[in-house]
Design a protein around this ligand. Sequence first.
Ligand code: IPM
Ligand code: MG
Length: 362
Amino acid sequence: MEFNIAVLPGDGVGPEVIAEAIKVLQAVGEKFRHKFQFHNGLIGGIAIDTTGTALSQDTLNMCKQCDAVLLGAVGGPKWDDPQAKIHPEDGLLALRKELGLFANLRPVKVLPMLVNSTSLKPEIIEGVDLVIVRELTGGLYFGQPKRQWQTPEGRQAVDTLSYSEAEIERILRVGFELARNRGKKLTSVDKANVLQSSRLWRQIAIEISADYPDVELQHMLVDACAMRLIQHPTDLDVLVTENMFGDILTDEASMLAGSMGMLPSASLAGIPEGKTFGMYEPIHGSAPRRAGQNMANPIATILSAAMMLRYSFGLEIEAQAIENTVLAVLEQGYRTYDIMSEGKTRVGTKEMGELIAQRVKS
Ligand code: IPM
Ligand code: MG
């Protein structure tokens, strides 16, 4: 089969990790006889420098014409001035919104050979296998009003946490569907003791849980969830939550896996079934200090490509082939700097990509 993939490498280590994911996809294409066509576009800081906007109309149109989007990372110190009119991150937010990518799936799996590479006790994180479903196109990130202004008493600013019933329902349904296909337990994370938007969220969760009698629904306050994630992470399976709560909890949860360099993500435009349009990116950022040094761990991006095969192309066997190969290469002792430990073989970005690509073919 033939698939068209929009490739947006972005800034910092983005282009380096993307190059390795493409290598692996090409290897999968050869082995399983699929044709992946790659179409490059600009996003983030590099797009600001070349086109004056963080997401050009050309890039957006190109993404819409493709079957899925593969993204590296955006941002860097060059574009960090808070006074600047445009920020690289604006491009990413606009892309999520314009493509309707409301469901962000961030799986966190602790691999047995890496239980000693984290700052948490091995007995706490052993066996962690959870997925956070983060609402991605609403809430505090997008609610209006959103602005800063001057008052006689000083400066003032506002952001708005707003959700419609429809927005809440569709993201909760993604959570329920995933839970149905996993441990049949869904944890809905909110702040219903304080926020109106969370009270509505909780109410809707209870209402639609009637459609999923096989799934056990549990509510958890976001502050308690932050605690539970590092105290008893194995209690958790599928979590579903508001945009900013999800932003914070997914960074926290990523530490369970030892390195952000290991964690993929999918941002989907619908409930995952058959072939859903989506964007795939590592959860780490552009890591400007590591850029251009062949250091960055490409595994998060390679695993994101596997998620693309699974959710947007319906290629489950091929997705598993990538995931199993990553495990095998780690099993052989190869490590990038971020997951390096004594007695292992340190490799760079390119070598790690090459090892995975070669092995996936065999
Ligand atoms: C993420 C990032 C983005 C976000 C930034 C880069 C805008 O932190 O994908 O989690 O806050 O959503
Ligand atoms: Mg984040």
